[in-house]
Design a protein around this ligand. Sequence first.
Ligand code: KG4
Ligand code: ZN
Length: 337
Amino acid sequence: MRVLGIETSCDETGVAVYDGRGGLLSHALYSQVRLHREYGGVVPELASRDHVRKLLPMIRRAMAQAGSGPQQIDGIAYTAGPGLVGALLVGACLARGLAFAWRVPAVGIHHMEGHLLAPMLEDPAPAFPFVALLVSGGHTLLVEVRGVGRYTTLGESLDDAAGEAFDKVAKLLELPYPGGPALAKLAESGIAGRFEFPRPMTDRPGLDFSFSGLKTAVLTALKRAPRDAQTKADVARGFEEAVVETLVIKCERALQQTGERRLVVAGGVGANRRLRSRLKERVSALGGEVFYPRLEFCTDNGAMIAYAGYLRLCNPQSTDASAAVRTRWPLDTLVAP
Ligand code: KG4
Ligand code: ZN
């Protein structure tokens, strides 16, 4: 079974070809970062139009690289949500159109399912069951994963997502969009301990998160402090420490609560180096193991959609021809293929 995967939920166009025997045969990624930078964030309509421009040539290239013509493709997977409605529709309509023309099934994939299965493209791949920490620009979720489509949400952010908090604090620090990686880089030259920010919701039981108060704490600290370069780096360091420590505490708690040993981390913030090293240390101390996708598959990409599509299309399922997309879509409502 060979699947073409298409990701267009936000500001990255991702395309990949995954084969059940050969693995990942090709993948291509185009980031719209430069397009949105002058606006300081993603402009949805510009995102949709750029997906229209880039998608078809990228599909042609990825298929050629995989040595695949339409005859070799057995199914098409596309991100059906959650995400920006216009951007999602570009991928959904093209995927459905190609599937109709090539007479193959198409399947709409939940973007976060793509993220949480992405570490399974690596060697060694985590075995089910595991706990997944999904940390992206739109979501912060702890999920118990018993198999494909068998998900129970253990906790989630009640307000801002972790990536969103990184992006908003980066803006306060006058860093360019996208803020997360820029803030993490600045934090490297920051002095630990000069700014101590709260670890929200760690002083009470439960696995939910809240990051909006942290942003306010940073704003208050910045108003009182001098605005020199070192101070900004120190604030970035304090903020990163606070987010990382909060995420680590909740992951430890989730592993203890479920009795699982394996933790999978995915989503854009999963690329954060401090988070990766701190989790490795603390989860090992609990006798557990942490799994990540390779760095380029932490953020949005087509490979995770092709792979999730492969897992779902391996089990024949009733697929209608609808190109419906969902801007909101609770992960717990998915069912096993
Ligand atoms: O998964 P993703 O590519 O897109 C969404 O589905 O949202 O995640 C993007 C998010 C952004 O908020 C970005 O600032 C954050 O991930 N991010 C990081 C890092 N790299 C990306 N946050 C902290 N440290 C990083 N190294
Ligand atoms: Zn994502």
